[in-house]
Design a protein around this ligand. Sequence first.
Ligand SMILES: C[S@@+](CC[C@H](N)C(=O)[O-])C[C@H]1O[C@@H](n2cnc3c(N)ncnc32)[C@H](O)[C@@H]1O
Ligand SMILES: [Zn+2]
Length: 564
Amino acid sequence: MTSAVPQVVEAKPHTPVYTMHKYFARRPWNVFNELITHYSTAEDIVLDPFCGGGVTVVESLKLGRKTVGVDANPLATYVTEMECKPLNLHFFQQTLLDLGQKIEWEISQLYRTRCARCGSEAVADWIEWDEATGRMLQVKYDCRKCGTSRMGIPKPHDLKLAKQINENFAKNVRQRKLWYPKTRIPIGDKTNSLLSKNVNFFYELFTKRNLLGLSILLGEINLVEDRECRDFLKFAFSSSLKWASKQSHLRGEIVEGWAMHAYWVYPKSLEINVWNTFRRRTQAILRGKRYSNEQIGKFFTPAENFNELVIGNASCLILNQNSTKLPFPENSVDTIITDPPYGGNVNYAELSDYWHIWLNEGKIIDKKSEVIINKTQEKGLEEYESLLSAVLKECYRVLKPGRCLVSTFNSRDIRVVASFITGAANAGFTLHPEGLLYQDPIRSYTTTFHAMQIGAFVGDFVFTFVKENARHVSYSRQSLVELKETLVASVAGAVAGEITEPQLREQAYRSLIPFLANKARVDRVACKEAVDFFEAKMKEREQHFGQLRKRIVAKRKRKFSRRG
Ligand SMILES: C[S@@+](CC[C@H](N)C(=O)[O-])C[C@H]1O[C@@H](n2cnc3c(N)ncnc32)[C@H](O)[C@@H]1O
Ligand SMILES: [Zn+2]
C-alpha cells in the first residue's frame, strides 16, 4: 500500500497567484503542494472534484502533474482558469495605460475633492458613510500637488458632489448607455439578511457613484480588442468588486474589503474610489501572473476533454459542472486531492452570485447540484450526505486501484464529519491506517474576524483514503465502549483545564474519526450511537464552554482592536 504522508507542514500564507482574486476558504498552498508531491509523480493525473479557488490545480501544474479541476460554481472555475493561464505582462501594462488614458480622468472626477492644505483639486481615495443616517463622515485623499495624504471631515463641495451624482445618476446611465446588473437578490440563507433590511437588488450594495464608476470601467474593458488583455482586465475588474461595495469598512485605520462569509454592510461603510481600487487590483494581477508565468509557464496547456490529457500534450482540464458525473473512464485518475464543502460552513454559490451577476449579464448561479447544508435550498444533513456521497462514489470509480483520495475536512458538527466519512466508506474507500493528520491553520489568518468566531474550527484534518480492491479491512480495534470511555475522559480533561470547545473537538475527533471510518460500512448503529453520545456529553458541558468562549472572545477582541 502507498505510504501515507507522515506529517503535514506548517501552513504558509497565500502566494501572489492566490491573492489576485477572492475565493472563499482557500486551503494553504504549501500543504497541498506537499500532498501532491507525496501522492503523485510527474505526468500523473491529479483530480480535484471540488477545485474552488484552484489550489490543487495550480500546485499540480507547478509540480509538472497533469490536472483536472472540477467545480459546480462558475466563479470557482473562472478564478482557477485565470490563475493558470499565462499573460503577456508587457502587453497587459500597455493596454492598461491605454485604458487609463480613456477613462481614468472621467472616473476620478466622480471623487474630486479639494486639498485642505494647498487648495488644489484632489481625488478622494475613499469616503466613509454612516449607514443609519446617510451622513458623510470622512473623506480620505492624497493631494498630487503638495503630497498631503489626509483623512478629513467632508466639506460642502464633497456633499454637493455626492448629491449631484445621485440626482443625475439615471440620466447619466441613460445617456451613456451604461450597464450594471439589475438582478433582484434571491432568497437564501445568506441573502435573507439583506432582504430583511429591505436591500432587494444587488446594485443596492453599491453607492450610485461607485455603480457609475464600475459600469463605465466595465463598458470600456469590454471594448478592448485583444482577447487576453480584455480577459485579465475583466478579472481585475471582478477582483475590484470585493472592495467597491458598501461592504468595505475601516478596521482601525486599515481599509478592509468584503471579508466575511456573509453579506454584511457595516454601520460605517466605505465608498472606495473605483479607479484606484481597480489600479491596485491590476498590480495584484501583475504580481500573480509574474509568479504563475515563472512557476507554470508553458506547462499549462488547456485540454478540451479528458482524452487530450491522457494521449495528447494537454496538461490541464477545468470543468464547470457537477462532480457527481465525471466525463472520464473508470480507473483513469492517479490521485485525488480535494477539499469538499464542510456542511453549511460556507455558502459558496449564494455568496458568489455577487460576482457572477457582473460577469454573466445579471444571471445568478444554478445551485441545484451544490453539495451544501442550506435551508432555502431544502438541503439538510441528509441531502448533504447524499450529494457528497454521490461525488465520492464517482471519485472511487475514476480513481485507479491502489491509489489515494486525500481530503481536508473539518466541522464543528461531528454529524457533518460523520457524513463525509460515511460517504467515503460507502463509496468503497478505506481510511489509510496512518491516514489521519491534523493541520494547523495559516497562523497569520487566525486573527481574522471569521476565525475569531469561537466554535469555527480553524484547522483541518487531512484524510488519506485508499481505493483498495481487497475487502474492507478494519484497522481500529477500539470498541464502542472503549471509545465512549476515551470521550468521557477527554471532556472531563477539557473541563478541568482551560481547553476550549474547538480544541476539545479536535482532540475527541482523533478517536471518533477512525472509529467511524472503520464502522461506517459494517455498523451504522454504532456510528450513530458514538456521534450522539459525544454530542450529549458536549451538551452537558454547554454552559462551561459558553462562559469560557465569552471570556476568550472578549480578550481577543481587545487584542484585535488594539492592533487596529
Ligand atoms: C471548500 S471549496 C474548495 C476550496 C479549494 N480546495 C481551495 O483551496 O480553494 C469547495 C467547493 O466545492 C464546490 N462544490 C460544491 N458542490 C459541488 C458539486 N456537486 N460538484 C462540484 N463542485 C461542487 C463548491 O462550489 C466549492 O467551490
Ligand atoms: Zn495639496
